[in-house]
Design a protein around this ligand. Structure first.
Ligand SMILES: C[S@@+](CC[C@H](N)C(=O)[O-])C[C@H]1O[C@@H](n2cnc3c(N)ncnc32)[C@H](O)[C@@H]1O
Ligand code: SF4
Length: 480
């Protein structure tokens, strides 16, 4: 690896304080993926048909992702809001959704092996009625082969998730619940258009935890307007007191076009915490959770006990298969990445005509397995050469070693023999580092291709193509 060809956007800055200043900022939630887009709708369908008619790769983990793209209220910060919840729209949507679900479940590919994890995400799936939630869980279990210990997660929010909905979901087989809390602070919540105040949220969590039926997982965001460092410290303390079984700490990704960006631009809400402040917030949260005895499962997820496995989230970040169902859902089958149309009318029309509601397909990336392993390892915070070799990526650790040496000097990894662990600073910057590692590897791939072409043609020097920064496939997958 030619380190001299890499700049600080990959290497990180040389700074005495890498936590706050190694990189400039996080602009996306995940590192992107490679692969050539298939744009022709007929070819998209044929490609998916061929995958569904075939067999899965032996031993590769399998997940289902189902998307419910409705919310009652649009939160100011959210990049995921899609459609206002109207009972009539939801009924019509579910009709087409079950049609798609049945057609996919009937495929040879789906029936060939059990699924390890199922994630119903959104939007706000917990807003479905108790009867709809019961049908949803039952249909998933009736139609798909599921592993005995399959994790079935229902995502959503606490507001209006009453006992009838909770009991119906449990009866239907959901065995993990992931709720967006974002912040417990009433002022922060109201400014973000969250519906309940701190007391109501804490009380509902306490009730769900006391039922002792399934792990209750909470998402917290850091960097919202009004959420200063002392507010964040209280958010972490509230989580710890709540008794919930796991927590995700997500840095706010401020996208142009969100209500939050408009309100801030108009001076009607304070500018959210800057990147160094967010870095300190992350460090405070991570350190406090770990001092309280929680186990770190990834750079942004902690579990109170073994009951919380976070199986979907860890599998979906590898090259596991994820079969997507619903408008706006994304996934991948045998390395083919797919994103379904987000537009409800389009979704319903395509399903109604017996077609697959596709928006985008990407042919398998040349180094898809390697890149999947890189992304999953950075997300976990551990790069292990022995594990990589066992997964068919012999030599990958050595290839990255020059970059790891620089990152060690810059305080981003602790390197020992064949293994590197991201430091606290490295864990805060893990998406930038994963993206950097992928770009550095792509540059090597391109230089090797150029050498090969030169040798084959006997030609002179070609200028090396620049490493391209492929778009991520962008469908909702429940991974944030
Ligand atoms: C798609 S939302 C669905 C959860 C649910 N509807 C709710 O209201 O909490 C899942 C998670 O994405 C995260 N999220 C949403 N907008 C985000 C943003 N702009 N930056 C970072 N994370 C975000 C939130 O933490 C949220 O809990
Ligand atoms: S945070 Fe949840 S409820 Fe709010 S707009 Fe996003 S998906 Fe909908």
């Amino acid at each position: 690896m030619n380190i001299a060809a890499l700049d600080d956007s990959i290497l990180g800055r040389h700074t005495p304080d890498p936590l706050q200043f190694a990189f400039t900022g996080k602009t996306q939630a995940h590192a992107g993926r490679g692969g050539r887009p298939i744009l022709d709708p007929a070819l998209q369908s044929l490609t998916l048909e061929a995958q569904l008619a075939g067999q899965p790769a032996a031993g590769r983990p399998r997940c289902l992702y189902l998307h419910i793209p409705f919310c009652r209220v649009r939160c100011t910060f959210c990049n995921f809001f899609e459609n206002a919840a109207s009972p009539a729209w939801i009924e019509t949507y579910l009709h087409h959704f079950y049609d798609e679900l049945a057609r996919k479940a009937d495929s040879a590919w789906a029936q060939a092996a059990p699924f390890d994890a199922v994630y119903v995400g959104g939007g706000t799936p917990t807003d479905l009625t108790a009867a709809q939630l019961q049908t949803l869980g039952e249909e998933i279990r009736r139609r798909f082969p599921l592993a005995d210990d399959c994790e079935l997660t229902l995502e959503g929010r606490l507001n209006r998730f009453d006992d009838a909905r909770f009991e119906a979901s449990l009866t239907a087989g959901f065995n993990r619940f992931s709720f967006g809390v974002q912040s417990f602070d009433t002022r922060v919540r109201k400014a973000a258009k969250r519906l309940d105040d701190r007391g109501e949220v804490l009380q509902r969590i306490e009730q769900l935890v006391a039922r002792d039926a399934a792990p209750i997982i909470l998402d917290l965001l850091f960097g919202l307007p009004w959420q200063d460092e002392s507010c964040w410290q209280q958010d972490i303390a509230d989580f710890l007191d709540s008794g919930a079984h796991g927590v995700d700490l997500y840095q706010l990704i401020q996208m142009p076009g969100t209500r939050l960006s408009e309100l801030v631009a108009q001076g009607r809400q304070p500018v959210p915490a800057n990147v160094p402040t967010r870095a300190r917030m992350y460090a405070y949260g991570a350190n406090t959770l770990e001092q309280a005895g929680l186990q770190r499962l990834s750079v942004c997820h902690w579990a109170r006990d073994a009951r919380e496995r976070s199986r979907y989230n860890s599998l979906a970040k590898t090259s596991a298969d994820v079969l997507p169902i619903g408008a706006g859902a994304g996934g991948q089958i045998n390395g083919v990445a797919l994103m379904q149309t987000r537009n409800l009318q389009d979704y319903q029309q395509q399903c109604g005509e017996g077609r697959w509601p596709l928006a985008m397909l990407m042919a398998p990336a040349q180094h898809g397995r390697r890149d999947g392993l890189i992304k999953a390892s950075f997300d976990k915070g551990v790069l292990d050469g022995t594990v990589w070799a066992a997964q068919g990526q012999d030599g990958l650790f050595e290839q990255l070693r020059p970059l790891l040496n620089v990152w060690q000097e810059r305080g981003l990894v602790d390197l020992a023999d064949n293994r590197a662990e991201l430091t606290l600073a490295g864990r805060f910057w893990s998406v930038n580092m994963a993206q950097g590692a992928l770009l550095a590897l792509q540059q090597e791939d391109h230089s090797k291709e150029n050498v090969d072409v030169t040798q084959r043609t006997g030609g002179g020097a070609h200028s090396a193509p620049r490493g391209s920064n492929h778009p991520s496939h962008g469908g909702a997958t429940g991974r944030h």
